[in-house]
Design a protein around this ligand. Structure first.
Ligand code: FE2
Ligand code: FE2
Length: 229
């Protein structure tokens, strides 16, 4: 990786969070460009925040000399498609954002807006679950038997919650409080579920999909919500 931008987080202005400081530079960079960041702190949380801001387009290498961490970040160019795990993380982020919008609408009594968002979320989440159950779960069925079984059980719970939400959406505007309650429950369920998948299964799926080839990845992208592609 050749490098153009260099950032030392020890020089961040007082009171400015490291992720905000780094993102202020990253957002000015173009696709295909690279930046090096020197961080005195372990950068896992920082990287998660930056990937979220940059919609998982970053390729990251981390090295340490025991005193701090040298992070090399490359913004994927137009001809560098997202890997499987980043594609799925981006879909998680998009669904989380949709859920936050639906919650905000229901909380403020904006029934029509919130119901429209729930319909969008319902479609995206069902497609995501179907993809994970049918196409991805078999990739690590033997190595991650327990995690895969847990994922499938959680999917069943999420689908029950989605059915309940659909029912509330058929009701009248007076049900805004009920909609808010169901959305809050779904947010709590999804939060734990996505974290478990990302930490227990995505790495295994990523390795197995490398063997499966680019056609497999194309199929994943085709079956996810249009926002991902
Ligand atoms: Fe899932
Ligand atoms: Fe997922």
């Amino acid at each position: 990786m050749s490098c153009c931008y260099v950032l030392d987080l020890r020089l961040a202005p007082q009171g400015v969070p490291a992720a905000t400081y780094a993102y202020s530079i990253l957002r000015e960079m173009g696709s295909g460009e690279t930046m090096r960041i020197w961080s005195p702190d372990e950068p896992t949380l920082l990287m998660a925040q930056l990937q979220n801001h940059m919609r998982h387009t970053l390729v990251c290498e981390i090295a340490t000399d025991g005193q701090g961490y040298l992070i090399t970040l490359h913004i994927r160019g137009p001809h560098e498609p997202l890997a499987l795990a980043d594609t799925l993380r981006r879909d998680h982020d998009d669904m989380d954002a949709s859920l936050v919008r639906a919650l905000a609408g229901a909380g403020a009594g904006r029934w029509v807006e919130s119901v429209a968002e729930v319909i969008h979320l319902d479609r995206a989440l069902r497609a995501h679950i179907l993809l994970e159950n049918e196409l991805l779960a078999p990739l690590a069925a033997r190595e991650a038997q327990e995690s895969t079984a847990l994922m499938r059980r959680e999917h069943d719970d999420i689908l029950i919650q989605l059915d309940a939400l659909q029912e509330v959406c058929q009701a009248s505007e007076e049900s805004c409080g009920e909609l808010n309650t169901w959305l809050g429950l779904l947010a709590a369920t999804l939060n734990k579920h996505e974290y478990r998948e990302e930490s227990l299964l995505f790495g295994l799926w990523e390795r197995a999909s490398g063997v499966a080839g680019t056609r497999f990845l194309d199929e994943v992208r085709r079956r996810l919500s249009p926002a991902v592609s």
